[in-house]
Design a protein around this ligand. Sequence first.
Ligand SMILES: *Cc1c(COP(=O)(O)O)cnc(C)c1O
Length: 355
Amino acid sequence: MLQTVSIKVTPTQESKLNTVDWENLPFGKVFSDHMLVMDYKDGAWQDAEIVPFGPIPMHPAMSAIHYGQSIFEGMKANKSASGDVLIFRPDMNAKRFRESSERMCMPVIPEDMFVELVRKAVEVESNWIPSREGYSLYIRPFLFATDEFIGIKPSETYKFMIFMCPVGAYYNEPVNVKIEEFYTRASEGGVGRAKTAGNYGASLFPARLGQQKGYHQLLWTDGKTHEYVEESGTMNVVFVIDGKLVTPSEDSDTILRGVTKRSVVDLAKAWGMPVEERRVTVQEIVEANRNGTLTEAFGAGTAATIAHIAKIGYRDGDLVLPAIETRTFSQKVLAHLDDLKTGKIPDTMGWMLKV
Ligand SMILES: *Cc1c(COP(=O)(O)O)cnc(C)c1O
């Protein structure tokens, strides 16, 4: 049972709906009319409100900007042909948000309440869901520390917000990634498993070095030996080697537990494909590419869903992967996920939340 939350809605006086170019949406630059705000103070969550989208006042000493207690989530909503509004697995994001809060010493939003807040926000913005194929309403819940105080301790006040962006494709082409053997995204005992702001700030410089060499993203390796593949900047990584689905296991706390990757693994198993979630070495990827058993590689994440990897940069060369047209599994899983999100096929896994 979902917890019912009463939410005051203050509608905007000036909708931006008809200013949007619905045929040509960039990712993350168009914001819908409303946002949800819920404060935490005196040891309790206050009433959530949905208000017109806009700037928020900020004290210069607001602790999130100085000390980084800040976490976020990302998920998507779509509309089916019959007009149903569907959100993809928000319960998984609710769980990860709770885990991120715990790791960052922030107050927890009960998972059912998180889902209900997301549902309500999407309900209010349901006419912001694009209908063009491959487009969606991206949902960004986030929580940050708001104490006006200089000193390192967990904040006593926080702000939780949700805003939404109608979005087009994240990548318009297959991606090239570079195996990173010097910089580290996450180390054991660190915060790699949490979707916390600093992880992304820390990755920008090494990612830029990769971009200067023509790679869209890095393929991170473990911080200790750089011998094991971990994940990419905002995507988990999945390989098809010798007909088996191979992906780095999430047992190490250095890898973000992606909802998309989990769904890909669940579908592969349901379709009878062998799945290996285990440590994956860089050398085995190089070797599988050399002997022709590495037939597919892709990133899995909410923003891109499935991003085919065309090339993997390794040291001074590139591992060139087979043509996209030959990638039977990734094409099938991408089509399946798209059809599920838009209600074209029955939701046998019980993944979709109908708003
Ligand atoms: C968000 C994210 C992912 C993908 O997770 P999804 O739940 O599939 O969107 C993977 N890796 C990192 C580092 C991320 O931040």
